[in-house]
Design a protein around this ligand. Structure first.
Ligand code: DP6
Length: 351
């Protein structure tokens, strides 16, 4: 099954999106295995485009690489990718002995505070799998291809495992979903069409780098006294979320999205050391969103990742009203008025 190739040279390229978890992954064990299942929207506009040039190298045992980000060599990220790729040689043995050169760029602005590890790592994993087709016939099977791409993405960054599928993806084993796995995400289809065109506009509150890396943040859960209850709660909320997605129940969906985002931040605030990753503007925006929802009955909701930016979630049918609100109200709380408009999308594509 595994074909050895002689000297080789070529390139592959993938565009892969970021994603927003509605039920959140926070807490991991072993080799990048999640403590609870998470279910996310695959985004569209926020994505990474990565081209991987490959050729046979001198070093037969390892994979070596250079990493260029937006035209400039990025040694720090290159080192992370080097460690990542050399750690997956059992799963992707075709990488052994290759010399790679990555050229990568993000669609979202520098220092917009948006985490790029999900789109960045999944784009790399997809390139690795495309190259693998030359060596392993199983990769010509679409389901197998994406399963391996998700598995490899996960080893690069947990949330990246969910970026390889269109619309929504579920990562983490749960009795609620047959075929769910801690090792890779699966595509999640049981959703009302209203969620397939849902909007997720990112209100940029700060351009600063995160003050705690996700990996360090996950580790804090190990000593968090609420951890076990939290993992139970995530499973219960997943159950409720799945029902809301199936029936198109937007208010229930929105409630779970907001509860999950605030729980994530509460967990960070009560960990040791404690982190407050929201800014004053994050709180102001949360209050504004709730106030406007109350007054206008518009179905607008928020989520956050492990940072201060606010994800504004709403259905496509109210897009005009929301754009007006963004202009008149929300942009005033954003740095330089910056809002990144995004929407649920159809997943990664080769280019
Ligand atoms: C808050 O996937 O960035 O965005 O696995 O250590 O790379 P590592 O962490 P990462 O954690 C993301 C956490 C989150 C919630 C989520 O995306 O589910």
């Amino acid at each position: 099954m595994y074909k050895k190739q002689k000297r080789m040279q070529g390139s592959v390229a993938w565009q892969s999106p970021s994603n927003l978890a509605i039920t959140k992954y926070w807490g991991k064990y072993g080799v990048q295995l999640p403590r609870n299942p998470s279910l996310s929207f695959t985004l569209s506009n926020a994505h990474t485009r990565t081209k991987m040039d490959y050729k046979t190298g001198q070093d037969k045992d390892a994979v070596n690489l250079k990493f260029y980000f937006e035209g400039k060599e990025n040694e720090a990220f290159g080192k992370r990718v080097f460690l990542f790729l050399n750690s997956i040689l059992d799963l992707a043995p075709w990488l052994r002995g290759l010399e790679l050169s990555f050229a990568s760029e993000n669609s979202f602005p520098h220092s917009s505070g948006i985490a790029s590890s999900a789109s960045g790592m999944s784009a790399i994993a997809l390139c690795v799998c495309s190259l693998g087709k030359l060596f392993d016939d199983r990769l010509n099977d679409t389901a197998y291809f994406y399963k391996l791409a998700s598995n490899l993405s996960r080893l690069g960054s947990g949330s990246a495992s969910r970026s390889v599928y269109p619309y929504m993806a579920l990562w983490g084993e749960t009795d609620l979903v047959h075929d769910s796995s801690n090792e890779h995400a699966i595509p999640y289809h049981d959703i009302d069409p209203v969620f397939k065109s849902f909007h997720d506009d990112i209100l940029i509150v700060s351009r600063k780098e995160k003050s705690v890396s996700s990996t360090a943040g996950h580790a804090l859960m190990d000593d968090n006294i609420y951890a076990d209850k939290r993992y139970e709660q995530a499973e219960q909320r997943l159950d409720l979320l799945m029902a809301a997605l199936r029936t198109g129940d937007i208010p229930q969906f929105g409630k779970i999205a907001e509860d999950e985002a605030l729980t994530l931040h509460a967990l960070m605030m009560c960990s040791n050391p404690s982190y407050i990753l929201m800014e004053a503007e994050s709180i102001s925006l949360i209050k504004k969103i709730r106030e406007i929802r109350q007054d206008t009955k518009l179905p607008i909701y928020f989520s956050l990742d492990a940072g201060p930016n606010i994800h504004l979630l709403y259905p496509d049918e109210i897009v005009d009203e929301v754009k007006q609100l963004e202009k008149d109200v929300f942009s005033q709380f954003c740095v330089d008025g910056l809002i990144i408009e995004d929407q649920v999308g159809s997943g990664p594509k080769p280019f």
